[in-house]
Ligand binder design. Sequence first.
Ligand code: PLP
Length: 411
Amino acid sequence: MSFPPPSPRSALLHFVRLTQTVTCSSCRAGAIWNRHISQDITRHSMTRKPVTPLDIEVWTPSRLTVTKTTSPKELPSSKSLIFGQTFVVSTINLSPSATMLHYAQSLFEGMKAYRHADGTVTLFRPEMNMKRMNTSAQRLVLPTFDGNALIECIKVLTTIDRKWIPKEPGHSLYIRPTLIATNSALVIAPPKEALLFVIACPVGPYYPQGFKPVSLHGTTEYIRAAPGGIGGYKLAANYGPCVVAQKHAANQGYAQNLWLQGPGHWLTEAGTMNLFVVIKDRGGVSELITPPLDGMILPGVTRDSVLALARNHVSGVKRLQGLPDAIKVSERPVNMGEIIQSSKEGRLVELFGTGTAAVITPVDRIGYNGGDVIIPTGEDGMGSISRTLWTELVGIQTGVIKSDWNYVVAK
Ligand SMILES: Cc1ncc(COP(=O)(O)O)c(C=O)c1O
């Protein structure tokens, strides 16, 4: 794998892949930054003088050049795959003083390429990942870019590497676009140089032995996000500090942690998943609730998809057998007080997490205030509402159900 030499005020755009490197020819063309972000949002941290942030210019896929590796790696056996551990990539050159290493000027996305039974390869709603990645870039004052152009580049990458998408059911290729500040300067300011790269790794099903509900420890000792903070963005800085809370939960015998916000102990996210809860009102009508996107919650692609499926059911656009005829769909705050009360009154129906990795993860108990709140799950580990939504979503992703959410990469 080779990299064009970095030049000041130029963006490096690399697609680090399993067997080859796809390099955008724009990088070689030099000045590919534009000035799109308004100047007044960025000032130099020391001098307070305005600094002009830089955007990656729109490039066209026709300007893309593909450089294949001369030493392709062996395909791993699908049985040996552990999520996120089977990367076979080359290293990148990074100065020890690169700002991303010191000031966490780093962000990423997570998406998957699925192989359908007829061999078609698709991405699931990739434009949402691109939108979120650009939002993250703006928050960090890293360069933004044309999401459609990056999707085209990912399409090229996935097509060339399609043999790395395992053929076994439930397998996929996890794709990780990443954007980091690479300029070598101990300065807290918009970076003069950034690297956008995409890595990929083949992954197996999250639940090879069937669904296994997880337990959550209600975390009140640490916070993941605060108003005005970065919880709503997919920044690297959001993840490292969460390990301690995860470890704390594990030490007490829970699989993951549940982020509880503020003195009211409002439910926000479960580990690195969005959260849904189903509660019946006293008249017996079910409500599917997820906390609102208030800046502290990551706008998950799976969260948005679950909401859309449920709302389509309610409006009659597409009824889903398995969902109650009358179900209310709400984006509203829900706290531990409401969870406990509904549990005591037998109205707590289901609670589950959503995310690209596992799609839907059922929860069977929450450790809180020294006790456990028990959440009902179906006999096979999943309640009927989450199972219906999971079946529909996975059906779409694997091509069993036709949907315009699938972006065809290769036929
Ligand atoms: C903190 C956090 N919340 C939620 C999600 C779920 O988002 P998505 O459905 O886009 O994978 C993720 C995973 O990306 C995450 O890291």
